[in-house]
Design a binder for this molecule. Structure first.
Ligand SMILES: C[S@@+](CC[C@H](N)C(=O)[O-])C[C@H]1O[C@@H](n2cnc3c(N)ncnc32)[C@H](O)[C@@H]1O
Length: 437
């Protein structure tokens, strides 16, 4: 049989999960020619699927030694290196992929993810400049170039590069949230509005663009639309944990530390706990040991699928958290945690009122929010990313209006974004224990 048809058979078996048949095919190719670059590349991917990353890296490197122009192999190598934590080597591999195939969108997206974290800009900028010189209409290259200039605090250059990227029109490497956000970070709010208006007009069903536009314009929106949250997090669910780790995200740890403190004070754990907006379940494993029953609720199916894979939640519910708390639940909760989720709700009064019903007397809410500072006349504010920040005074007022006791808040850094700290509050609220006369 021809090498091509053996390879095709192997890849088909590989894709359908028949790893043994795939391995037989790749080994048959390599038996004939131990240096066959495709055989080495795909055997490397197979090793990766079997959890053997080091073997995978070695095999793909051997393949690239034979065929250094294989952009897909460089991109795959980058993916594996990124997962092993070697960001610098991963970035080099992705850059090589886009140098070889200037429109390799997967590699561009991977560079974009690395750029949001710790990627080495010095290595990146000259390569991006060269790519833009050779391929001046490459929107993805302009997008990443703008981002890397921004990370270097070259704001005007970054804004110009972003304008260039946007000049290619709606739909080209189009992430309305990101572009609008970066434009706002660069002080070009009016330009962000024009950009979003164009997207909203061209894509009338794009909830993200409409919500984002309302947020940037400063319209009075009380919470993010459910369809927006679902679409955003369904899309984000696969890369959420990795991206947040790169941003130094620590809200789950901070909330879990408070849960631990409260459990120690009570001298016991919490029989019934709910994780409101549980997402991929980052908080679940950190508090599981203090919980009898642990329920997670979230709007996004994609996020819930990830949470389910952890096997730490007893129940996972797809739904909106305020409606859930207001529903006729068969139980009340001893503890509710809500990590980095109230930033999608501006007006917290309905939430606090629903919580009052859903908590047992003496039950606690431990939650994180983004901290609204320097806006003394406001209770909450939505920013250009579509996320709300709240003041501590407002958290207290909403809690007390609902008949809850506001215990305390701690000021914390929740994560880093675009090179700046995102400041937050971790706060605790208790439902009073009923007094009997
Ligand atoms: C930034 S993620 C945080 C996830 C998780 N708590 C963590 O800290 O990793 C916000 C999550 O809240 C969910 N969410 C936002 N608004 C919601 C709402 N009103 N009801 C239910 N889930 C919501 C989103 O789908 C998303 O999974």
């Amino acid at each position: 049989m021809q090498v091509e048809s053996i390879l095709e058979k192997g890849i088909k078996a590989h894709r359908s999960g028949n790893l043994e048949a795939a391995q037989d095919a790749y080994l048959a190719i390599l038996k004939d020619n131990p240096k066959d670059p495709d055989g080495l590349h795909f055997l490397g991917l197979l090793h990766f699927d079997a959890g053997k990353s080091e073997n995978a890296i070695e095999l793909i490197r051997l393949s690239l030694a034979e065929n250094p122009d294989n952009a897909a192999a460089h991109n795959n190598l980058g993916n594996i290196l990124k997962l092993t934590g070697d960001d610098d080597a991963a970035l080099s591999a992705y850059l090589r992929a886009v140098e070889l195939d200037l429109r390799h969108e997967e590699a561009w997206k991977n560079i974009n993810v690395l750029l949001q974290g710790t990627a080495d800009n010095d290595q990146l900028l000259p390569i991006l400049e060269e790519i833009i010189r050779v391929d001046p209409e490459n929107a993805s290259a302009w997008h990443n170039y703008a981002l890397s200039l921004l990370m270097q605090k070259r704001k005007d250059d970054a804004a110009d590069a972003l304008e260039k990227c946007l000049s290619f029109g709606v739909g080209v490497y189009s992430d309305p949230v990101w572009h609008a956000r970066i434009l706002c970070a660069l002080g070009r709010r009016e330009r962000a509005i024009v950009h979003l208006e164009r997207i909203a007009a061209a894509l009338p069903d794009n909830e993200t663009a409409h919500y984002q536009l309302a947020a940037v314009r400063g319209d009075d929106v009380k919470h993010a639309p459910e369809t927006y949250v679902k679409a955003h997090f369904d899309k984000f669910s696969d890369s959420f944990d990795e991206v947040l780790q790169r941003l130094g995200y620590r809200a789950p740890e901070l909330v879990a530390a408070q849960v631990e403190r409260q459990a120690a004070e009570r001298g016991q754990g919490f029989e019934d706990t709910v994780d409101l907006g549980c997402g991929t379940g980052l908080c679940g494993p950190l508090i599981r040991m203090h919980c009898g029953k642990l329920t997670g609720i979230d709007l996004s199916q994609g996020m819930l699928r990830k949470a389910a894979a952890l096997k730490v939640y007893d129940f996972l519910v797809e739904g909106e958290l305020v409606s859930f708390l207001n529903a006729d639940l068969p139980t009340q909760f001893d503890l509710a945690v809500c990590v980095d989720t109230l930033c999608y709700i501006g007006d917290l009064q309905p939430f606090m009122t629903a919580l009052q019903t859903a908590l047992k007397p003496g039950g606690l809410l431990i939650a994180s929010v983004e901290h609204l500072q320097g806006a003394s006349d406001l209770d909450y504010k939505v920013d250009s990313s579509g996320r709300y920040a709240h003041t501590p005074a407002y958290l207290r007022r909403c809690s007390e209006n609902a008949g809850l006791v506001y215990i305390k808040e701690d000021q914390e850094v929740l994560r880093h974004e675009l090179g700046a700290e995102v400041r937050g509050l971790v706060f605790t609220v208790r439902k009073p224990i009923a007094k009997f006369s």
